[in-house]
Design a protein around this ligand. Sequence first.
Ligand code: N2P
Length: 391
Amino acid sequence: MMKKHVLALAITAIVLAACGKKEEPVATPAETTPPVAAAPAAPTGPVLDEEKVLNIYNWPDYITETLVADFEKEFGIKVNYDTFENNEALHAKLVAGNSGYDIVVPTAGFGKKQIDGGLYQPIDKSKISNYANLDPEFMAKIAGVDPENKHFVPWAWGFTTVGINKQKVEKALGDMPMPENAWELVFNPQYSSKLKSCGIAFLDSPSEILPVALHYVGKPPYSENPEDFKAAGEMLAKVRKDVRLFSSTMIDDIAGGKACAFVGWSGDINIAADRVKETGGTDEIVPLLPTGGGLVFIDTMAIPKDAKRVNNAHAFIDFYLRAENGAAMANEMNYPTGNKAALPMIKDEVKENKTIFLSDEDTARLIPTGGFSNDIAGTLNDTYNAFKRGK
Ligand code: N2P
């Protein structure tokens, strides 16, 4: 048995050396193996790279506590896990090339131009035994930006929305009732001028702020028309004086009381809410479901075209797609998953939280996933930077 195994490996090595590339071991031709009576099938684990390393680049606060350690232990692979603050930062890394990363987690809509630019290699679905756990309807949505789901495998999804510290906002608004469309809190000076005292925070990213600003002023959220950006920029300029911070550490900023109204990510707002409760705070932190829509993001795993440890990357993706790992993402991190098999393992309190698993009505109001083309990137960045600089 042992000998057979060694022989198979040797033949594989020769074949690989002859091909000059590192790939999945080639099956040994039947004739070369001596017949062994009733040999049990050799255990088939995933094919791994020689280098027992995997470099992952993901968003902060977006992974369950033990996932990396569990993977490392089971597969004997050392994971280097780095984080980026927004899609723009990830994009810059990928465009520069040689990032060293084997898995990155772009938002699907934003990542479309990375696919178009040839920055990713296709996923080999035959190496992902848990692929069938994914919800076909959800995959169909992603196929809108990644035809046939060739490059993107879902990590988690959520929406960018307005969140509040309820007590502080109510106090700051005084007699003014809450607006029906929660975006008014941060985009309408009548409200923002009142909330200035307890702090308004915006996510620090053009691709998060401009779609919701465009939508708010009645333009297409992913407009390609510079005139529309002008309208959004004028609206933003009027509330600039009321914005306290542009944040890349929103959970800390919310839980630490730096802001009472914020444009943030649904799950992160819920994480901040949990943190306040756990530390004995009484303030209620809530992501609102604006009638004016939240901005959907579907974040996905992708393998950069120059990734070095492609087999390890596939092994990790397969591991992540185990139902229990998808469920943990919702249970621990407040982000829903595209993993259908995970649903029965998600806690009732999470499933019933309408800011995590949205009602049909709120889902219908969401701003669908999309992306800006490279042609409008200059206008997008200029509009955002002018807003941030306040000029
Ligand atoms: C980070 C969640 C980020 C999702 N905690 C935004 N795409």
